[in-house]
Write a protein that binds this ligand. Sequence first.
Ligand code: PLP
Length: 395
Amino acid sequence: MIWYPYQQMKTMTPPLRITDARGVYLYSGEMKLIDSISSWWSVIHGYHHPVLDEAIRSQLEHFAHVMLGGLTHDAAEALSAKLEAWLPGDLDYCFYSDSGSVAVEVALKMALQYYTNRGSKRRMVLALTHAYHGDTFKTMEVGDDEDYHFAFGEKKDVVHIDTELSDLEAAFAAHGEDFTCMIVEPLLQGAGGMRMYDISFLRRARELCDRYGVLLIFDEVATGFGRTGNRFVADLVLPDILVLGKALTGGMIGHAVTVANRKVYDGFYSDNPAHALMHGPTFMGNALACSVALKSIELFEQGNYLDKIRRIEEITRRELSGFSDPRVKEVRIMGGCVCMEVYDARTLDGFQAFARERGVFSRPFLRYLYAMVPYIITENELVHVLDTMKAWFDR
Ligand SMILES: *Cc1c(COP(=O)(O)O)cnc(C)c1O
C-alpha cells in the first residue's frame, strides 16, 4: 500500500483518486476541480500540455534514460546550453539531480567543499528562520520548520536569522569569517508559510557575502520560473549558486538543477582529483526530464509568461482588495502566490472539503490558506478560486 506524505496514516482522510488531468483541471471520475496549487507549485503550464507531452514522446523514440557517468546526450546538453544562456550572470555550470532536496544538498556540498578545497576551516551556514529547503537531513538542518522536522535532532553549524537587516548585520559581524554560505528562499518563503520579504534584504546580503567571501545560495526551487512575478529572483540579485526544481520540468517529471557560477566551478577545477565534486544521483540528467524541461522553458519564453503572472497578481489584488476577517491575520500577495494567514489553524479545518464542493482543489497547511495556480488559468477560473477562499469566511 501507499504510505502518504506528511500524513498520520491512522487518521488520514482518504485521498482523492485522480483519473485525468487537463489544463488547470483535475478529474476524479465525474468530478472536475481546478488545481489551485499546481501539484505542489510545479505544473505551471497546466496538465496534459500537448507540447510537453510531445517532448516526452519524441525523446522516448530514442531512449528514456542513460546515466551521466561517462556518458552524455543531446537532451542534457541542450538544456544546459539553454540554462547557461538564459540564467543571469555567469550561472553557467549545471549539476542535475532528481529532486529539489538533493539539489539543495548539492549546493551546500559545493559551498562546503569550495572552502575545503582551499584549505579553509569555514564550516558554518547562515540561513533564515521559517526556511524550508527540503526533507533530507542537511536540508532540514538549514531549514527552520519545527512543524515539518520536529522529530529530528539538533542543527549543527547553522545560524538562523529573521529577514531583518539588523539580524543580517549582526550575524555577519559575529560569524562572517566562519560562514561557507548563506542560503535563502529569495523574497518568498514557501513551505514555511508563504512569507514575503523585501529585496533590500537580499541586496544587503549580497554585499555582506562579498565582503566576507561567503557564497550566496538562492534556493529557487519554489520561486523560480515566475512565481514571485520575476522570472527568477536571481534576475534582481545575483547569487553564486542557484537551485531550481519543481517547475523546472513544468511539473512533468521530478528533476532539479544546481547551477554554479564560474567562481564556484573554478574552486573545484584543478589537477587534484580530491577537488572533484563527489556526487552523482543515478537519474541525474534523465533524458525525458531534460527534454521536457527545455520545452517548458521555451513555452515560458514564447508565451509571455511574465505578463500572464502580472495579470494573475492584478486580478488577485483586485479581488481581495477590501477583504478582511477577524480570523485572518494577514493577506499576502506576490506574483502568482496568494496566502491568507489565519490566527488559529483550526479556522481552516474543513476548507478542503468546502472547496471541493465548489470545484476547487486546495490543500491548506497549518495556518496558511493559499493558492499558487497554473499560469495558464483564465480570469474566470482564478476569480472562482479566490471567491472560494473568501466564501469560507462568509459562512
Ligand atoms: C519543495 C522545495 C524543496 C524540495 O524539493 P523536493 O523536490 O520536494 O525535494 C526545496 N526547497 C524549496 C524552497 C522547496 O519549495
